[in-house]
Design a protein around this ligand. Sequence first.
Ligand code: FAD
Ligand code: ZN
Length: 467
Amino acid sequence: MNAFLAALREQLGEAGLLVGGDLAAYENDWRKRYVGKALAVARPASTEEVAAVMRLCHEHRVAVVPQGGNTGLVGGSTPDDSCRQLVLSLSRMKRVRGIDIANASLTAEAGCVLAEVQAAASQAGLLFPLSLAAEGSCTLGGNLATNAGGTQVLRYGNARELCLGLEVVTATGEVWHGLSGLRKDNTGYDLRDLFIGSEGTLGVITAATMKLYPQPKERLTALAACASLEDAVALLGLARQRAGDALTGFEVMNQASLTLVARELPQLAQPLAPAAWTVLLELSDAESAEHARGVFEGLLETALEGGWVQDAAIAQNIQQAKSFWHLRESIPLAQAQAGLNIKHDISLPVSAIPGFVAEMDAVLAAYLPGIEVIDFGHLGDGNLHYNVQAPADVAPAEFLAAHEAAINERVYHAVQQRGGSISAEHGIGRLKRDELAQRKDPTALALMRAIKRALDPLDLLNPGRLV
Ligand code: FAD
Ligand code: ZN
C-alpha cells in the first residue's frame, strides 16, 4: 500500500491526497448510518488527474468510492470500514467550463455544487431547473450518478432528462469525451444513460453538459390544506388541467411531518392550521405575473368550492414563497434531528397512492402501536418519502434493529403489488442492494451484472453497491 500511496502523492501533490488525520467528513454518511474507514482520500483537480488515479487503482487493485457532496441517503458515497477503499472526492473540480446561450446548455465539472450551477445559469439569464433540499452541498456529478429528482421533476424531468452529454473516466483510467451538447445523436448505444444513475459503479463522471431553460416571468407558491389524500390527488388533476406545463411543483406533507417540524424546528412559521395533508403548489408562468396570479386564484377558488381544499394561502412575496418551500424542505432535517428512522423512497402510479397509504398506515399501526409515519414528497411525480419513525418510548437504534426488516417487507410488498418502485430518486447504494436483488426483474438484474462485468471486470468501482 505504501508504494500505491507514494505513487498517488506523486501524481496529486500535497493538496490532492489526504492520508490519516480526521477524515470523518468523507467516511461517514449524511444520515450517520454508515461509519467507514478510508485508506485515503484522493482529491484530483482535473480529469487527467482522475484518470491517473484510476490507472493506479487498477494497477494496484484498489477499490474506489467516488464522492461528491456526500449527501446521498443510501450509503453509496462512503467507504466501508476495511481501511482498504480509496475515497475519490470530486470536490476540487468545480469549474463551469462554459455556457452556450444559443444552444441553451451549460458545461460544468462534476464537483460543482448544484446551487452554483443554478447561479451560473441565472447569471446568463437562463434557468437550470434541478432543485432539491441538499442543493447547497450536493454536486452535479452526484446528481447525475444518482439520477436525482427533487422538486421540479413534474415540469422539467429528473437529472437524466436534463443531461445532454458526459465526460467519464473508466475503471482502467481512460477518458470518454462525451460532452456533446447535441439533442439528437443516434450513433449507437446510449453510454450517457448507462452512466447516469449508475451510482459510481461503472465510471467516474468528471463533467457534464446540461440543458438550460428560459426563466419564468413569475413564480407563485401556495399552501393548501386537504382533508384527505384523495382530495390532494383531485387537486393535482385540477391544477394540471388549469395550469398545464406551468405547474412546476406539487408536494404533499402529512400532518405528522409538520408536527415533527414544529417540534424540531419551532422557529419555522406554519401559515395554515394543521390538516391531514398540506399541499405545496408552485406555478411558473412564462406569460406574465397577472396571468399567473389569475390562474392560481381561479384554481384555488374552484378547489375550495369543490371541497377538495379546506384552506389556502398564496405567498405574497418571494420571501414568503421561500418560507413555504423551506417548510417542506426542512422535513428531512427535522427527521435527522429526531434520530434514525426507516426511510422509503417509493414511486407508484399517482392513482394508486391514496389506497397504498391507507392500507400501509393501517398495517403499520396494527404491527406496532405508536409507530409514526412521516409521509411527504413529490405527489405530482407519484413519489413519496414514506418514512417510519419509532414510537415515542422506543430508542431509534433499537427500533431499527428489531423492526426494519419486517417493516420493509410489508412496505415493499405493497409497493410491488401496485407496480411501483422501491427507489424513486435516492438510488440503491448499500441500503437497498439486497432488496433490489430480490425484487428486480431477474432478466434486468442479469443484464445489469453483465454490464458491470464488462465495464469494471475487477470490481473496483464502488464494490458492494447497487449490484
Ligand atoms: P454523493 O452523496 O457524494 O454520492 C452519491 C452517489 O453517487 C454515490 O454512490 C457516489 O459514489 C456517486 N457519485 C458521486 N459523485 C460521482 C461522480 N462524479 N462520478 C460517479 N459517481 C459519483 N435526492 C433526490 O433525488 N431528490 C431530493 O429531493 C433529495 N433531497 C435530499 C434532501 C436532503 C436534505 C439530503 C441530505 C439529500 C437529498 N437527496 C435527494 C439525496 C442526495 O442529495 C442526492 O442524491 C444528490 O444527488 C447526491 O449528490 P452528492 O454530490 O451529495 O453525491
Ligand atoms: Zn425527494
